[in-house]
Design a protein around this ligand. Structure first.
Ligand code: IMP
Ligand code: MG
Length: 186
């Protein structure tokens, strides 16, 4: 995998420093209230597990699945699945956690769906924010790092289903991107 990498944007130490800051912000904002962290699969798996271990107040954990990247780096139709049970949503404060806020379509569709299913409040927390790519009107409540318009992998983010297990955030060599657009899932 290392041969496919063009450059490393954030190494592990840099990522963990960003996480400490965001975890402190989340902790301060939910100190007095019950809340549920809802990880958006698959991309948030690494971020959400590192994040919750830095939040020293009671929380519940749930997951929902959203897939949007059907052909490599371009977004396709949204596929929202595996919603938590009604009891885990209705009347609850939810913190949706995703790997990246890109066009904003995923998190705005999920927020709307959770509110329609009776959530009391829905906030959003993302590892990466690409504001230049926004289509939906949505700003995340908590952001680890803001990045330019560049396709990145690692720390949960994939290209065509691979590279989620890299412990750093990196860009791919253009030849790898050109070869590998065979259908990933976010
Ligand atoms: P949005 O719905 O356009 O905001 O995109 C959300 C999903 O697109 C994210 O959860 C990612 O799975 C995927 N995505 C967007 N940008 C990137 C990227 O640079 N690398 C890998 N996945 C990405
Ligand atoms: Mg994703």
């Amino acid at each position: 995998m290392r041969d496919d990498i063009e450059s490393i944007l954030y190494d592990e130490a840099h990522i963990l420093a960003g996480l400490d800051r965001v975890a402190a912000e989340v902790t301060a904002s939910y100190r007095e209230v019950d809340f549920t962290v809802v990880g958006v699969l698959k991309g948030s798996c690494v971020f959400v597990s590192d994040l919750i271990r830095r939040i020293p107040i009671p929380l519940e954990l749930a997951f929902v699945s959203a897939a949007s990247y059907r052909d490599g780096t371009q977004p396709g139709a949204l596929d929202l699945r595996f919603f938590p049970s009604e009891g885990e949503i209705r009347g609850r404060r939810l913190l949706l956690v995703d790997d990246i806020l890109d066009s904003g379509r995923t998190l705005s569709a999920l927020s709307g769906e959770f509110l329609a299913r009776g959530a009391l409040e829905v906030k959003t927390c993302v590892f990466l924010d690409k504001p230049s790519r926004r289509e939906a009107e949505l700003e995340a409540d908590f952001v680890c790092f803001e990045i330019e318009d560049l396709f990145v992998v690692g720390y949960g983010l994939d290209f065509a289903g691979r590279y989620r297990n890299l412990p750093y955030v990196a860009s791919l060599r253009p030849e790898v991107v050109a070869q590998g657009s065979d259908g990933g899932v976010s």
